[in-house]
Design a protein around this ligand. Structure first.
Ligand SMILES: [Zn+2]
Length: 306
C-alpha cells in the first residue's frame, strides 16, 4: 500500500517543450516520472510512428525514445488533370498498372474523393520532373489527379475546360489537409506543368491558383504592390526585361528547370508558358511581356530571398 502511495506521489505528468536544434520546431512531448526515471508517454501526433517493423521474437518499443530529429518525406503537392472521364480515369490510374496518383478527385457533385495509393507509398504521377533542387518528384510528393478533359485545340489556340466549383472545393479541402499535415512550403504546391513544363500541360490555366491563395491561403501568389513596383520600373516602350538570360535566371531561381542559354528558344517559351498558366493565366502564350516579368520578380522577392 505504502509503495503504491509512494508511486502515485512520485508519478506526475510533465509536458516538456523540446526544441529541435536542426529545425527550431517545438515538439510537445508528454512524460511520466516514476521515482527517478522519466518515461515518454506521448509525443505530438505528428511524430507518431505509423509504419514499423513487427517482430515475433523482439518487442519494438516506440514509447521510450521517440526522436524529435526528423521531418516529413513529403515536400510537394502536385496537381494534375486526367484528360479522361471518371470511369476511364479510375481504369488508367488504379487498374492499368503504369501510372497512379495518391488521390483522385472526381467531377461529381457528391462528397467523395478516392484514395488510390497510401500516402506513405510512392505513387507514379510525376514522371521525369524537377522543382528547384529536387528531381523525380514521385519520391517526395503527394499526387492529386482531378477529373477534367483538359484542352481542345481550336485553330492555334488551346481551349481549357473549366473545373466545376464543387470539384474545386474538394481539391481545396484535400490540399489544405495535406499541406497542414506535412507542413508543405507554399511554393511547393504546384502543377504537373510546373515540374515538367516541356511535356505537360496540367492542370492548365483554368485551374484557379489565385483563388486557392487568396481565399484559402494555399500555395504561392505574388503581392500586387510588388508586381506594380516591378512593372513601373520600366518605361512602356522599353524592353520589359534586361535580357532573356535574366529572365531564365529568375525562372530558375523560383524553381523552374530551364537552361540558361540567353536565347528565347523553344524550351524557354514552354517554361514561360507553364509559368504563365500558373501565375498569369490570362496570357499563356509563352511570350515574355512586362507583366510576366514583373510577376516573376515579385514572386522571387516574396519567396526566394536567399
Ligand atoms: Zn499530370
Amino acid at each position: 500500500m505504502k509503495f503504491i502511495l509512494k508511486l502515485l506521489i512520485c508519478t506526475f505528468v510533465l509536458t516538456l517543450i523540446i526544441t529541435s536544434c536542426s529545425t527550431q520546431e517545438k515538439v510537445i512531448v508528454k512524460t511520466k516520472t516514476v521515482h527517478d526515471t522519466i518515461y515518454v508517454t506521448d509525443v505530438d501526433p505528428k511524430y507518431h510512428f505509423v509504419e514499423q517493423a513487427n517482430l515475433k521474437d523482439y518487442i519494438i518499443s516506440k514509447k521510450n525514445f521517440p526522436s524529435v530529429a526528423s521531418n516529413h518525406r513529403v515536400k510537394f503537392i502536385v496537381l494534375h488533370y486526367t484528360v479522361s472521364d471518371y470511369p476511364t480515369s479510375v481504369k488508367i490510374l488504379a487498374k492499368k498498372g503504369n501510372v497512379s496518383s495518391h488521390y483522385l478527385v472526381n467531377d461529381l457533385p457528391n462528397d467523395s474523393i478516392d484514395l488510390l495509393v497510401s500516402e506513405n507509398q510512392r505513387a507514379w504521377h510525376a514522371g521525369i520532373s524537377s522543382w528547384g533542387n529536387a528531381v523525380n518528384l514521385n519520391d517526395t510528393s503527394i499526387g492529386i489527379e482531378i477529373v477534367n478533359s483538359g484542352y481542345k485545340k481550336i485553330g492555334d489556340s488551346m481551349v481549357f475546360q473549366p473545373f466545376p466549383n464543387y470539384q474545386i472545393k474538394k481539391v481545396i479541402s484535400l490540399v489544405k489537409n495535406i499541406a497542414e499535415r506535412y507542413d508543405i512550403d507554399p511554393v511547393n504546391i504546384i502543377g504537373h506543368s510546373d515540374i515538367a513544363p516541356l511535356r505537360k500541360q496540367d492542370p492548365g490555366p483554368a485551374f484557379p491558383w489565385e483563388k486557392l491563395y487568396k481565399e484559402h491561403q494555399l500555395g504561392a501568389w505574388y503581392d500586387e504592390k510588388d508586381k506594380l513596383y516591378f512593372l513601373n520600373m520600366y518605361e512602356p516602350d522599353i524592353a520589359p526585361y534586361n535580357s532573356v538570360l535574366e529572365f531564365q535566371k529568375a525562372l530558375k531561381k523560383y524553381g523552374y528547370s530551364v537552361n540558361l542559354t540567353g536565347v528565347y528558344d523553344k524550351n524557354t517559351k514552354l517554361v514561360t508558358r507553364a509559368f504563365q498558366w500558373h501565375f498569369r493565366p490570362q496570357k499563356g502564350d509563352g511570350i515574355i511581356d512586362a507583366e510576366t516579368w514583373a510577376i516573376l520578380q515579385a514572386l522571387n522577392k516574396k519567396y526566394r530571398t536567399k
